[in-house]
Design a protein around this ligand. Structure first.
Ligand SMILES: Cc1ncc(COP(=O)(O)O)c(C=O)c1O
Length: 389
């Protein structure tokens, strides 16, 4: 690659985001049916917004908080981690971050040296790949087993380990496939990590959105993993707080000061107004979370029913969690997902995300988001039925 004098090799290696490109192209299409964003379309619940407004009025948000976050928020996060994730957490082991994303970036920066390899079960959230590249690490994409619902391929992960492997980074429930890695599989992964002394960095953004008999399991709840896990969480999905930019991570107290050294140059601290809102989210009524979950479950079922009606066009696995699914394209031209999605946008006015955006194993698929209304799903599928059939 020709060296660009203005831009680092690290950054120029990163490809443009297909998600953002589809968003840009979608704006050129009138009355588009939009299934491309993995962003909750509900608004933040009122009591959370009110807490933010009150904090502003009380003059609490004009300065920085402690770098690790407001002490009262970290207390509540530790309570939540013990209660819901069965992680034996204390407030000193928590850093409040700018969404899960900044937590993941700080974790990767704290762990990865240039040339270190990071195993990513794939297809995976493209931002994770970029986070490894920005840290000058080497992403090693290990395919999941699609036929069994995109579950971890434990043997393939074992085979991918080399002397340069430093970490495994995964999200469960997953973006883009909606797979929920089972406790049994994650215990096997933990054994591998301990045997090779690897860090496991987790993205648990969709922890509350699991369906049927799928259960979310936090690998850090395994006592032996205490020093080998960095677990990242967010308020974005659970409380529909995307734009507030607030999340948190948990790690052993020995590594927290090191992650903090990466967190400070990225953020200094998470937005203080959002930290007060997050405190209200954790301490206030929780019925919004079950309402969101119920909505996503209904939308998943609707999307699956609609997919069944065009089974010659797409083949899919029913997602066990998140609000995303990743059908394989059977229709002609499906092996080039970027071109397929652009055509679908221009000719059927349906916006989706090409699977290739989630690593090479994502090619031949597209990602559909069901965090939208039933009307949006029906509009998109009415158009696809007319277009394909
Ligand atoms: C798997 C996953 N992690 C993290 C994020 C972003 O989280 P946050 O807004 O907390 O940075 C997303 C957003 O789509 C996601 O899908």
């Amino acid at each position: 690659m020709k060296r660009n004098l203005q831009v680092s090799d690290r950054v120029s290696k990163i490809s443009k985001s297909a998600i953002h490109e589809m968003t840009r192209l979608s704006k050129e299409v009138e009355d588009v049916a939009f299934l491309s964003w993995a962003r909750p379309t509900s608004d933040t619940p009122e009591h959370i917004k009110e807490a933010g407004i009150k904090a502003i009025r009380d003059g609490l948000v004009g300065g920085y908080s402690e770098t690790g976050g407001l002490p009262e928020l970290r207390d509540e996060i530790a309570v939540k981690l013990r209660r819901d994730n069965h992680i034996d957490a204390t407030p000193e082991e928590v850093i409040v971050t700018v969404g899960a994303i900044e937590g993941l970036s700080s974790a990767v920066m704290a762990v990865i040296d240039p040339g270190d390899e990071v195993i990513l079960p794939s297809p995976t959230y493209s931002t994770h790949i970029r986070q490894v590249v920005i840290a000058s690490g080497k992403p090693v994409l290990v395919p999941t087993i699609e036929e069994e619902g995109f579950i971890l391929d434990i043997d393939a992960i074992k085979d991918a380990i080399t002397p340069r492997t430093k970490a495994i980074l995964y999200c469960s429930p997953s973006n883009p496939a909606g797979a929920v890695f089972s406790e049994e599989q994650l215990r096997q992964l933990a054994e591998i990590a301990l045997e090779h002394n690897l860090m496991v960095i987790t993205d648990e953004a969709y922890e509350y959105f699991t369906f049927d008999d799928h259960r979310h399991f936090s690998i850090a709840s395994i006592k032996e993993m205490r020093k080998n896990a960095i677990s990242c969480f967010t308020f974005t999905k659970t409380y529909a707080m995307t734009g507030w930019r607030v999340g948190y991570l948990h790690a052993d107290r020995e590594i927290i000061p090191q992650i903090s050294k990466a967190h400070i140059p990225f953020a200094i601290c998470a937005p203080v107004v959002s930290q007060y809102a997050a405190l209200a989210a954790l301490t206030g009524p929780q019925d919004c979370v079950s309402r969101f979950r119920q909505h996503y479950l209904e939308m998943r079922n609707l999307m699956c029913e609609r997919l069944d009606r065009i089974s010659l066009v797409f083949e899919y696995h029913r997602p066990g969690g998140s609000y995303l699914m990743f059908p394989r394209i059977l229709a002609e031209g499906g092996d080039d997902s970027a071109t397929f999605c652009k055509k679908l946008l221009r000719e059927a006015r349906v916006s989706t995300t090409p699977g290739v955006a989630f690593g090479p194993t994502g090619e031949g698929h597209l990602r559909l988001s069901f965090c939208v209304s039933a009307d949006e799903i029906n509009k998109a599928f009415d158009r696809m039925e007319e277009y394909f059939i």
